[in-house]
Design a protein around this ligand. Sequence first.
Ligand code: SAM
Length: 341
Amino acid sequence: MLPLLSQLLRDSDPDTLWIADENSKPLLDAGPLFPGAVLSNRWDIARAAEARGIKTQFCDFELAAIERRHSRIIYPVSKEKAAVHYIINCAPGALREGGELLLLGSKTSGIKTYAQKAAQRFACAKQLQKHGSDYLSRTQLSGTPLGPELDDSEYTQLRQLDELDGLYSKPGLFGWNKIDTGSALLASQFDEHLPPGEIRVVDLGCGYGYLSAQLAQAAGEDCQPYIEATDNNAAALIACEKNFQAQHIAGRVVAGDAGSDLESNSADLLVCNPPFHQGFQVEGDLTDRFLGQAARILRKGGSALFVVNEFIPLEKKAQSLFQQIVRLNKEKGFCVYHMTR
Ligand SMILES: C[S@@+](CC[C@H](N)C(=O)[O-])C[C@H]1O[C@@H](n2cnc3c(N)ncnc32)[C@H](O)[C@@H]1O
């Protein structure tokens, strides 16, 4: 998909909006000059775009809030259907008359169905071209009345879910409507591993804030945690913020790339269920980056609690970073580790 995207970016005018998610990262690190604007729901992508001098907005795909009308929107479709449907629904409002929405994706991304749906929404004929193993869909705003909105699972709405023990969540973030099995195993260790006193805790890759909420609950009278929760994903930050308020959790929620903006040597405890997938790819070095940042953020003597898929060699990866590594549990395909700095 990258050669096709790269060509489209090169041919863009300054009124083009590129909706970039994690799949677009390589083109921000080293891609063609792009004269338009970028909108991304990933903090690292937004920072990379800014670093290249591109006008950038970091948000949860809030196209409806965009005032300027674009001549073109280029969107390599995301993995989550609700997000793609939401963007197709909002695109007409962000385009000027005659403007076009370009969707691109590989055969397995659902692009053929999205092309059909975009045509229905724009009330125009479907245009789908094959480029090697990728597809490009074009839909143009023609002034005819729009077709009905697609089902986007009410993308923008935070909702309180019984499945999450009453926490708030929304589409657009990792496993938004379930408790992750690995995270539940990690949280079951909190009772035994919370040091007493006023402690500074980091929830690295916080999602909607499940680990923070569990940790705040596990803290008895003799432990007062101040929790810094951080994530790369805009939807996660919105939901986590809401849960911190609703659950009266002491702390703050901050955007960052694997905790890149958190202070070094500052935390007594760090909890983490690191991401395994980045967009459509499995990303091997994400675990390494999360481990490296965890070691940087923790003070000497502080500890980290990590859960990972059982086939990730965490002990090997962490051995040069931590003094002591103990596996606390191996269950349901996951391993939980306690590591001391
Ligand atoms: C396996 S989930 C765990 C979520 C949450 N801690 C929980 O237990 O439900 C991993 C989280 O890491 C986040 N993430 C992915 N890449 C990241 C990055 N580069 N920096 C920070 N967070 C990231 C994802 O958005 C996701 O929320």
